[in-house]
Unconditional design. Sequence first.
Length: 341
Amino acid sequence: MKKSLKAFSLVLAAGLLVLSGCGKEAANEPAKESAANNEENKTYKVGITQFVEHPSLDAATEGFKKAMEEAGFKEGENVEYDFQNAQADMNNTQTIANNFAGDKVDLIFANATPSAVSALNATKEIPIVFTSVTDPIGAGLVEALDKPGDNITGTTDNHPDGTEKTIKFIVEEAGAKTIGIIYNAGEQNSEVQVAQVKELAAKFGATVVEASISTSAEVKQGAESLVGRVDAIYVPTDNTVVSALESVIAVANNEKIPLFVGELDSMARGAIAASGFDYFDLGFQTGKMAADILKGNKKPSEISVELPSSLTLMINKKAAEAQGLEVKQEWEKIAEFYEGE
C-alpha cells in the first residue's frame, strides 16, 4: 500500500511539473509575440553625419537612403534620419557624433573621414557605417579591410587603380611634366592621396608642386599660387577643396591650365578628366550594409570594408576646350567621353 501511495505521489508530482511547464510556455507565448510585434513596429533612428555639402557626398547620402528604402526601411514609417552637416569644421564633427551617442541612435552613417573618426571617438557600442573614406586603416577606423572594428565598417572611395589611371593620363596623354595639387593638410585622406600622387608622378616621370590650404576660402588663392609653375592641376577627393571647386575651375579656365580631379562629380562640374565611380552607388553599397546590421543579419565586425564596385576614366570635352587641351579621338580606346551639359 505504501508503495502504491509513493508511486501515485511521484506520478502526481510529474504531472504537476508538466502542467507547470505548459503553463509557463503558454505564458511565454504572448511575451514572445509582443516582442516580435514591438520589433516590427519599431521606428529606427539613424544619425547621418556629413563633413561638408558637395555633390559627391550628397550623392553618397542619397544612395545610402535608397538602399535602406529598398531593404524595407522607409523614412517616415519605420526609420527617422537625423541629418547633420559639419560645414567642413572638425570641431563640429565631434559635437555631432557626441550628440548622436547621447541620443542613443540605432546606427550612425558617417560620410567622409573626419565624420567617421569622430563617430568612432564618440561610441564603441552604436553601429557605425562609413563611406567616402580614402584610407580607413590609416585613419584608425579599422585594423584591416577584412577586419573591421566591433562596431564599425563601411566603404572606401580609394580604388587602387583610380589615381594611377588619372596620373598616367595627365603625364602621357596631356603631356604634363609638373603637376600642381591643391589639398587641405588637415584632412588625413588628402595626405594619403598626396603621397600616392607624388609616388605615381615620379613613376611616370613628372614632379609635384603642392598648394596646401586650410579652409574653402583659401582654395582660390591656392589655385592661383600654381599659375606659371605647373603644366596641370590635380584635385584629389579633398572635401574642403571640392566644396569650393568652382574657384579652381575659374583659375584653370582663365589661365588655360588643364584641371584633373579624383572623382566623376567634380569632372562633371568642369574638370577635364577623372578616373572614378558614382558616389551614389558607393552610398548604396553602404546602405545595404546598414540594413543588414539593423535587421540583425550581421554585425559590423562581420562585414568587410568594400571598394567601389566599378571604375571608369571619363573625359569632359567642353572642359578640355575651355582649358586649352586638344581632345584626341584615340582617347575613346581608354576612356569614355562625358556627354553632360
